[in-house]
Design a binder for this molecule. Structure first.
Ligand code: DX5
Ligand code: ZN
Length: 213
C-alpha cells in the first residue's frame, strides 16, 4: 500500500499560492478544499482557482468537494485539472450517478464520510472508487483536533478491501498520522502541520516516515 501525503492548501497563504506550492514540492498529492457555504459554513475557492494553480504545479490534485450539489460541478473541476474528485455521501447528489460521471470524465472518484456518518454507506461503491475519505474532524475548518474514535471505520473498510486508498483528513500531525496508519489509512491530508512548520517539505517526509509502520 503506497503511503501518500496530501497537504491541504487551506492552511497556505492564498495571496501566494504559486510559492506556497513550491514549498510542498515533495508532496504526493495536493489537497484542495472546496467549500460552498451551504454544506459547510465557509466558502473557499472554486474551479477557476484550481485551473490557475494547475498551470504552475504538476503534482496530482486531490479535490475535496464540501458542497451540497457536487454532481453539478464535477465537470467544471474535471476540466480545471482535478485528478481525484472527492464528494460527500451526505451531499444531495445521487452517489452512483456522481461516481459514474466522475469516471466518465476520466477522473478518479472518491467518497467522503463525516465523523458521525456510518461508513457502511460507501461499501456498495467500493469497486468503482479510487479512494475513501474518512474525515477525522467535522468538515469546514482547518486546525481542529484529530478524532481517534473514527478509527474503527478505517479498520472496517481496510478489512473489506486491502487495495483501495483510504484517506484521513483533519488534525493529522507527526503523532496522529501513526494512529491513522495503524488503523489502515494510507493517504494523509495535513494542512496546519505542513504549512505552519518551518520546513514544509521536511514535515511531509516526517509524516511519510511516521506512517510507514
Ligand atoms: C477540513 C478540511 C481539511 C483541513 C485540514 O474541512 O477538509 O482538509 O484543511 O486541516 P488540518 O490539517 O489543519 O486539520
Ligand atoms: Zn479536506
Amino acid at each position: 500500500m503506497d503511503i501518500k501525503v496530501s497537504p491541504s492548501i487551506l492552511a497556505s497563504d492564498y495571496a501566494n499560492l504559486q510559492s506556497e506550492l513550491q514549498r510542498i514540492s515533495n508532496s504526493d498529492l495536493i489537497h484542495i478544499d472546496v467549500m460552498d457555504g451551504h454544506f459547510v459554513p465557509n466558502i473557499t475557492l472554486g474551479a477557476p482557482i484550481v485551473k490557475a494553480i494547475k498551470r504552475v504545479c504538476d503534482i496530482p490534485f486531490d479535490v475535496h468537494l464540501m458542497i451540497s450539489n457536487p454532481i453539478d460541478y464535477v465537470e467544471d473541476f474535471a476540466s480545471a485539472g482535478a485528478d481525484i474528485i472527492c464528494f460527500h455521501t451526505e451531499s444531495n447528489s445521487d452517489i452512483e450517478k456522481t461516481v459514474d460521471k466522475i469516471i466518465s470524465l476520466g477522473k478518479k472518484p472518491a467518497l467522503a464520510v463525516k465523523p458521525k456518518t456510518d461508513v457502511d454507506v460507501v461499501i456498495p461503491f467500493l469497486d468503482k472508487l479510487s479512494m475513501v475519505l474518512v474525515m477525522t474532524v467535522e468538515p469546514g475548518f482547518g486546525g481542529q483536533s484529530f478524532m481517534e474514535e473514527v478509527m474503527p471505520k478505517i479498520e472496517k473498510i481496510r478489512s473489506i478491501n486491502s487495495e483501495i486508498d483510504i484517506e484521513v483528513d483533519g488534525g493529522i500531525n507527526e503523532e496522529t498520522v501513526k494512529i491513522a496508519a495503524k488503523a489502515g489509512a494510507n493517504v494523509f491530508v495535513a494542512g496546519s502541520a505542513v504549512f505552519k512548520s518551518e520546513n514544509p517539505n521536511e514535515m511531509i517526509e516526517t509524516l511519510r516516515d511516521n506512517a510507514n509502520i
